[in-house]
Write a protein that binds this ligand. Structure first.
Ligand SMILES: Cc1ncc(COP(=O)(O)O)c(C=O)c1O
Length: 394
């Protein structure tokens, strides 16, 4: 039973601001700037305009939730008026799924809330976060919002994460680092960190340094070199794994993610969590965890579409960074991405924003086949054909 009142995004932001206030800190306006993770959205297109776009910008799952998840959510609309209602056993279901105890689980309104909570828990008092660059920005934004610093280690030339440099920075700055952040697979590249490199990091940074491993795109990974980091939690290491139902279960708009971590870590994080999770998504999450066949089908559909269009782009002469996620980055052959984004928008196709310093790459979320056809048609109108990509540099 969840006896707490569901909390709106505005109240969530207000709640976090209150926590910051209690810490004697003023939230930086940019922390809750309009955008996908917090605050009100920028005045956007009308419903008709929005629906007409091919939406390949936000790494969403354009198939929408599977029937199993929709049925579960639909069946609990009758609890929309309740504070206390049967919550479907979501925490227990997540714990069982990972072979951990309920005290190792913290729910968030999307894994974005988990990232913010981890940042607030471990970065106050001017602690630093170490991570790669570019990567998913929420933790860095949380850090800047509480005047904490980020040590950002550039990606390697092949766009993999420079784990040895991150380890070195962690050890050199041990006393001032509050958090070591890995995103696996990384966003915006889609590249995994091989399990052996994660292992090296976990075992080479100072023993008590909290390590956040963001596995938002875990469910799409095919590379045999990858492994989830949940076993480190079972070993009792200070590892926090963040997962989300936004991607594989297509529940981005419903907001449900979670952390798996040692019980004492979860306890610390709980103080900063708002837990504004609605009744519907709790039941949708349970249904998604049970529907392993549906998850496998979704993964196959999205990865199949990804492969097809990656091959088409490479055959057209534009190399793509190897991706194990539901998006990929294509090299623009030396062109800057911002005007390209605008050209696509004019064609009714929304593609990813610039990710400095990779401003000559375009991030494309894998959409429905018809959306990908519109993307490919647009790409061929904007870019001329080149020689096969094997001759080109990524
Ligand atoms: C790497 C990564 N982590 C976390 C998130 C947050 O997703 P959500 O808050 O919907 O779970 C995203 C969203 O795109 C992401 O790319």
């Amino acid at each position: 039973m969840d006896l707490r009142q569901p909390v709106s995004r505005r109240r969530f932001v207000g709640g976090v601001a209150t926590v910051l206030g209690a810490l004697g800190l003023r939230p930086d306006a940019s922390l809750f700037a309009q955008g996908r993770q917090g605050g009100a959205r920028r005045a956007g297109p009308s419903i008709e305009e929005y629906d007409a776009f091919a939406k390949l910008a936000n790494n969403e799952n354009n198939y929408g939730p599977p029937k199993s998840v929709m049925d579960a959510m639909t069946s609990v609309w009758r609890y929309a008026n309740r504070y206390g209602y049967p919550d479907g056993g979501i925490v227990q279901a997540i714990a069982e799924h990972h072979g951990v105890k309920p005290e190792n689980v913290l729910l968030g309104a999307g894994s974005g809330e988990i990232l913010q909570v981890v940042g607030l828990t471990y970065l106050h008092g001017n602690k630093k976060v170490i991570g790669c660059d570019p990567t998913y920005a929420t933790v860095y934004q949380t850090a800047s919002g509480i005047k904490a610093e980020a040590i950002k280690i550039p990606l390697n030339k092949d766009y993999s994460q420079n784990i040895p440099a991150m380890i070195e920075a962690a050890n050199k700055n041990a006393s001032s680092v509050g958090l070591f952040y890995l995103v696996n697979p990384n966003n915006p590249t889609g590249m995994i960190i091989p399990a052996k490199d994660v292992d090296l990091a976990v075992k080479s940074v100072p023993k008590d340094m909290p390590i956040l491993i963001d596995e938002a795109y875990h469910h799409f990974v095919e590379s045999p070199a990858y492994a989830t980091s949940v076993p480190y939690v079972l070993e009792g290491r200070p590892v926090i794994v963040a997962r989300t139902f936004s991607k594989i279960a297509a529940l981005a708009g419903m907001r449900l993610g979670y952390a798996i971590a040692p019980a004492e870590v979860i306890q610390k994080m709980r103080a900063y969590s708002i837990s504004s999770i609605n009744a519907l998504v709790k039941h949708g999450g349970v249904a998604s965890l049970k529907d392993t066949a549906g998850q496998a089908e979704m993964k196959a559909k999205i990865n199949g579409t990804k492969k097809k269009y990656v091959q088409m782009l490479e055959a057209y002469g534009y190399p793509v960074i190897p991706s194990d996620a539901n998006f990929f980055m294509v090299s623009l052959g030396g062109r800057e991405v911002q005007p390209v984004i605008e050209e696509f928008r004019a064609k009714g196709v929304l593609v990813g924003r610039p990710f400095p310093p990779m401003t000559q790459h375009l991030r494309v979320s894998v959409g429905l086949p018809e959306e990908m056809d519109r993307f490919m048609k647009g790409f061929k109108e904007i870019f001329s054909q080149k020689a096969s990509t094997s001759a080109n540099q990524r």
